[in-house]
Ligand binder design. Structure first.
Ligand code: HSE
Length: 409
C-alpha cells in the first residue's frame, strides 16, 4: 500500500531479488496488488495496481500487507482492518507506530498476526530486532542517536561545505530523504517519533511523541558550527532516552554539541548512528543509511520475509500502552550548555554568566562580530535553571543568540 519512494523500492527488491528471497522463505513471495491512487502505466508491474483497498483486504490469499503510505490516515484504519482479519502488516510508517503502536500491536496479538516495523527507525539499519532480541539480556541504561537522515545531511553540508540550509534541504528532498512535509525533519518531529519507538520497545511502555520535548535544527547557524569546532566537536540532532530511578524517563530531541571523540561525531550525510548502552554489553553502536529508497525498502522486505516464514506464529515484539505520563519534566534534566551572546561589555557580561552558571569556559572563533562572546558551562544544571539564568542575563542587557546542549556521548 503506497508506491512512493519506499513502496517502489519494496516492489523493486521483491522483483530483482526474487531468487534470493525464495531461498530464504522456501517459496515464492508473490506481489499480488499495489495500492495507489496514482496511475503507473509504464511500470512493469502495471497489472498489479489497484485503487481499491477493499480488493486487498477481502482477498484471502493476501497474507501479508506492506504499508508504505506514510501519515496517519488512511494508514491507521487500513492497518487495523488488515490485522483484525489476521493478515500480518509490515510498515516503514514511524508516525503511525509512534502514535498507535501499542494499540496496533495489541490487535495483532489478538488476531495471531504480526505487526513489524524495522524500517521505521534507522532506515536500512537493523536496530529494533537487535534491541528486542540480541540485547534482551541487558538493562538498557540509555539510547542516544542521530535518527534523522535529512537533518544530518543538512548539518554535514553546512559544516563541511558551508552550504546554505535551504540548498541542502532541497538536495535532501531531491534524493528522496525528506518527509513529504520536511518540517517534520527539520523541526525534529521525525527524530522524536523514532526515539519514542526505541524507548517504547526498550522499556516496554508506549512513549507518546506529544509528551517529548523536541527542538529542531532551524536555529543552528554557521557561527555555532564554528564554536562547536573550537570546543572540539560538531553539532548533531540527537534523540536520547534514559530511564530514571523514579521510574520516569528522561527523553529529549535537540541539537547537541557532540565531542569528536564520540562515535556519533563522525556519522555524516544521510547516515544514522544509534548508541545503545547496555548494562552487560557497554556501548553498542549501529550505523548505516537512515533514509532513502533501497536502504529503507531492504528493512521492509526483511520484515516481509519474517512474516512469510511465520504465517502461523506470532513474533514476540510487543509493548504495553501507557495511560499515565511516564516522562520526566525536561526542565529537571541536568545538562551542560553552550551559549552564544552579544553584550556591550563582554568582560562584565561573562563575569555575570560565571556568577549565574558557576564554572564556565570561553570559546573563540575567527571573525567574531563585535560584542559577541560564547562559553560552555562546566557543571550540569537542571535545564529549567539554565533557562532562568539566561533570563537573568537578558535583564542585564545581554542578548542571547544561541543555546545548545552539550551531549554526554
Ligand atoms: N525523512 C526521514 C529521514 C526518512 O530523513 O531520516 C527516514 O525515516
Amino acid at each position: 500500500m503506497g508506491h512512493g519512494v519506499v513502496g517502489s523500492g519494496v516492489a523493486e527488491i521483491l522483483t530483482t531479488h526474487k531468487q534470493k528471497l525464495f531461498s530464504s522463505v522456501g517459496e515464492e513471495i508473490s506481489l499480488k496488488y499495489i495500492l495507489d491512487l496514482r496511475e503507473f502505466p509504464k511500470s512493469p508491474l502495471c497489472d498489479r495496481f489497484t485503487k481499491d483497498f477493499e480488493v486487498i483486504v477481502n482477498d484471502k490469499e493476501v497474507r501479508v500487507v506492506i504499508e508504505t503510505m506514510g501519515g496517519l490516515n488512511p494508514a491507521y484504519e487500513f492497518t487495523k482492518r488488515c490485522l483484525s482479519l489476521g493478515k500480518s502488516v509490515v510498515t516503514s510508517n514511524k508516525e503511525l507506530v509512534a502514535r498507535h503502536g501499542a494499540e496496533l500491536l495489541k490487535i495483532a496479538k489478538e488476531n495471531n498476526a504480526n505487526y513489524l516495523f524495522e524500517a521505521s527507525v534507522g532506515g536500512g539499519i537493523p536496530i529494533l530486532r537487535p534491541i528486542d532480541q540480541c540485547l534482551v539480556a541487558n538493562n538498557v541504561d540509555e539510547i542516544a542517536g542521530i535518527l534523522n537522515g535529512t537533518t544530518n545531511f543538512i548539518l554535514t553540508k553546512m559544516i563541511n561545505e558551508n552550504m546554505a540550509f535551504d540548498t541542502a534541504l532541497k538536495l535532501a528532498q531531491d534524493l528522496g530523504y525528506a518527509e513529504r512535509n520536511p518540517e517534520a525533519d527539520v523541526e525534529g518531529h521525525d527524530a522524536c517519533r523514532k526515539i519514542c519507538i526505541l524507548a517504547s520497545l526498550a522499556f516496554g511502555k508506549h512513549v507518546y511523541p506529544d509528551n517529548v520535548h523536541t527542538e529542531g535544527i532551524t536555529k543552528i547557524t554557521l557561527e555555532d558550527v564554528e564554536y562547536a569546532a573550537s570546543w572540539g566537536g560538531v553539532i548533531k540532532l540527537i534523540g536520547s532516552c534514559k530511564p530514571l530511578d523514579n521510574g520516569l524517563m528522561d527523553i529529549v530531541v535537540a541539537p547537541m554539541f557532540v565531542p569528536c571523540t564520540s562515535q556519533l561525531a563522525n556519522i555524516n550525510d544521510v547516515f544514522n548512528g544509534i548508541m545503545v548502552r547496555g548494562d552487560c554489553t557497554g556501548d553498542v553502536v549501529f550505523y548505516g543509511k537512515g533514509a532513502g529508497k533501497l536502504p529503507t525498502a531492504s528493512a521492509v522486505v526483511a520484515d516481509t520475509v519474517d512474516c512469510c516464514k511465520h504465517l502461523k506464529t506470532r513474533k514476540r515484539l510487543f509493548w504495553a500502552d501507557s495511560t499515565e505520563n511516564n516522562i520526566a519534566d525536561y526542565k529537571l534534566s541536568k545538562v551542560k550548555v553552550y551559549v552564544r551572546a552579544l553584550a556591550d561589555d563582554i568582560s562584565s557580561a561573562y563575569t555575570m554568566a560565571q556568577e549565574i552558571f558557576g564554572a564556565t569556559s570561553r570559546l573563540d572563533r575567527k571573525d567574531a562580530q563585535e560584542g559577541e562572546f560564547a562559553f560552555v558551562t562546566e557543571e550540569p544544571l537542571p535545564y529549567g535553571e539554565i533557562l532562568s539564568g539566561l533570563e537573568s542575563l537578558k535583564r542585564l542587557d545581554v542578548e542571547i543568540l544561541s543555546t545548545i546542549r552539550i551531549g554526554n556521548l
